[in-house]
Design a protein around this ligand. Structure first.
Ligand code: ADP
Ligand code: MG
Length: 634
């Protein structure tokens, strides 16, 4: 066995002492992360040996099958981690396991205030590395030997985590590192096969190095009884040992992509599509993003789970890292693996890291491109749109920079199909625009049917001009942020003056002006009769079948948004509508011929009807019914 020589006891660097103290007292509720940290170090050590051995095969010492082994001894209360990676020499041990060299540590420690609670929070964010062993162990022994060195150059490091550590030279047959944790009396739960295995799967499934644990098998006799002394130990690989996203695209089958999706998204159905990208250069990351085919139950819950699974160099860091995608893409699932962040990154730190913002804008672009590609598959995109369309509609408001791209991905109902299915793009609309048409027209109403049969559409239908029919709750909000597409202004047909521009010829315009003149007196009388109920009365040419309609000034909040806000108990600034009359309508002729009370009643009925047609509510519906009935029986 190994002989111990040249033993010396050294003190930890002050910062280490500080860190140890804080860690032990503050990471109580999150103790299991010690395993993640130690496996990550072991995997790094294997990576380093693999790299060094590229030039010098002898470093493997005949054992090139890199692996991590985890054993436990319930009785002794120990957990042992072993790797056949690069190992350390004596100087490295003293340096690496006695000081903190990691960049940012000093700064981090400066932030510590000495206040127990505040520091506990900070340290939880910081993450911890090798020293996290002392969260669960009251004594740690590390035996290590640098790959390629003499068997006599092994080193043993021991510490109780209380200010000092001991190093000694030992003989070591194997290169690599072995760490024995003597568990604290209240941490014995970790000396458990099931617990260890599930932690390995949770944190290290996609580490490329296999993590193995022993399995003891006992032979049985013909009666099924265990044969004493027949135990054989075999090593079982516990983790997946391959990071799917780190493999080249060409080598991954669709079935593998789909299976992986089900794993990350906890979904049992297939994704609609995915996008796998490995980016090198200034900003290094690998992303694998998926568009699910089904909506999660909490899609519209602002605090619902969203975001990607975050890995740093294939080490799992956290689920639902929501900092890497905007809210309107919260349905996207997947994985982000980057070397731009430290293993110790936390949610709080993510919010402050400028690199996160850069990755976010890159991933946003990836996601939008993926949707654009999906749009080529009509059926698949329709499934996507029916499931997530209303979420994507939040995009133009949230992400001004990408609004043109997002606009291209939107789908609408329109008068072209008159179908409630939202399956027409703005590009489709633009392609069908009339000669001389320079604007994209739309209407927003409470329901598809209300939009479809709105009086505002009459002139458009007559002239064969297409209008987008919007009726989702978010639509008015969407349109207030989507002012143009393909250099064409989007115009709400229920707001402001109707200007069909060059679609109308000079003759029509002149005729309209003449009618307006002829009806000047009527307009004045109606305004007098309705008083403060309306802002203005006008003659219109947008109506064909209806006698009247109400319109809002161009920059006012629309009717739909008002109703939504009112329903939510919000105060909405009051606005009086503009009443527009159809000079060609028989009812308007009747109105013109009426006098006194009858005139006032008729004018009032026209206004009320116009409000109802708009989907609005009358202040006094009973009065309307009374007036109408009086008229019907007259
Ligand atoms: P980090 O991994 O962030 O560098 P750690 O505290 O986890 O910080 O580890 C400190 C250092 O100790 C590592 O950088 C590495 O040089 C060394 N080390 C830790 N574990 C091992 C191991 N299993 N094999 C070789 N070196 C190791
Ligand atoms: Mg580490």
């Amino acid at each position: 066995m190994s002989t111990i020589a040249h033993e010396e006891t050294l003190g930890f660097q002050t910062e280490v002492k500080q860190l140890l103290h804080l860690m032990i007292h503050s990471l109580y509720s999150n103790r299991e992360i010690f395993l993640r940290e130690l496996i990550s170090n072991a995997a790094d050590a294997c990576d380093k040996l693999r790299y060094a051995a590229l030039d010098n095969d002898a470093l493997y010492e005949g054992d090139s099958e890199l692996r991590i082994e985890i054993e436990h001894d319930q009785e002794a209360g120990t957990v042992t981690l072993r790797d056949n990676g690069i190992g350390m020499n004596r100087d490295e041990v003293i340096q690496n396991l006695g000081t903190i060299a990691r960049s940012g540590t000093a700064e981090f420690l400066k932030q510590l205030s000495g206040e127990q609670q505040k520091d506990a929070r900070l340290i939880g964010q910081f993450g911890v590395g090798f020293y996290s062993s002392f969260i669960v162990a009251d004594e740690v022994t590390v035996r290590t030997r640098k790959a390629g060195s003499d068997k006599a150059e092994g080193v043993e490091w021991r510490s109780r985590g209380e200010g000092e550590f001991t190093v000694a030279d030992v003989e070591s047959e194997r290169h690599g590192t072995e760490i024995v944790l003597h568990l604290k009396s209240d941490a014995k739960e970790f000396a458990d096969d099931f617990r260890l295995k599930s932690l390995v799967r949770k944190y290290s499934d996609h580490i490329e190095v296999p993590v193995r644990m022993p399995r003891v098998e006992t032979a049985k006799d013909d009666d099924g009884k265990e044969i004493e002394g027949s135990e054989v130990t075999t090593w079982e690989t516990v983790n997946e040992a391959t990071a799917l996203w780190s493999r080249p695209k060409g080598e991954i089958s669709d079935d593998e992509y789909k299976a992986f999706y089900k794993h990350v998204a906890h979904d049992f159905s297939d994704p609609l599509t995915w996008s796998h990208n490995k980016v090198e250069g200034k900003l290094e990351y690998t992303s694998l993003l998926y568009v699910p085919g089904r909506a999660p139950f909490d899609l519209f819950d602002r605090d619902g789970s969203r975001g990607v699974k975050l890995y740093v160099q294939r080490v799992f860091i956290m689920d639902d890292a929501e900092q890497f995608l905007p809210l309107y893409l919260r349905f996207i699932k997947g994985v982000l693996d980057t070397r731009e962040l430290s293993l110790n990154v936390s949610r709080e730190l993510l919010q402050q890291d400028p690199k996160v913002e850069k990755i976010k804008s890159a991933l946003t672009k990836r996601a939008l491109d993926m949707l654009k590609k999906l749009a080529k598959d009509k059926e698949g995109y329709q499934t996507f749109w029916n499931t997530f369309g209303t979420v994507l509609k939040e995009g133009p408001a949230e992400d001004y920079a990408n609004r043109e791209k997002i606009a291209g991905l939107l789908r609408f109902s329109t008068t072209h199909t008159d179908s409630a299915t939202q399956d027409q793009s703005l590009a489709d609309y633009v392609e069908r625009m009339k000669e001389g048409q320079s604007k994209i027209f739309y209407i927003v109403a409470d329901s598809f049917n209300a939009a479809k049969s709105s009086p505002h559409l009459e002139i458009f239908r007559k002239k064969g001009i297409e209008v987008l029919l919007l009726s989702d709750r978010i639509d008015e909000w969407l349109m207030s942020h989507l002012t143009d597409f393909d250099s064409k202004t989007l115009v709400d047909v229920a707001k402001g003056d109707l200007d069909l521009g060059e679609i109308e010829d000079e003759q029509e315009k002149q005729a309209q002006e003449e009618t307006a003149k002829a009806k000047e007196a009527l307009v004045k009388r109606v305004k007098e009769a309705l008083g403060e109920e309306v802002q203005e009365v006008k003659v219109t040419h947008r109506l064909i079948d209806s006698p009247a309609c109400v319109v809002l000034p161009e920059h006012e909040m629309g009717f739909q948004m008002r109703r939504i806000m009112e329903a939510a108990g919000q105060k909405v600034p009051e606005v009086k509508p503009i009443l527009e009359l159809n000079p060609e309508h028989a009812l308007v002729d009747r109105l013109e011929a009426a006098e006194g009370d009858r005139f006032a009643d008729l004018a009032r009925i026209l206004l009320d009807q116009a409000i109802i047609a708009e989907g609005g509510h009358l202040d006094d519906p009973a009065a309307y019914v009374k007036r109408l009935n009086a008229l019907l029986t007259a």
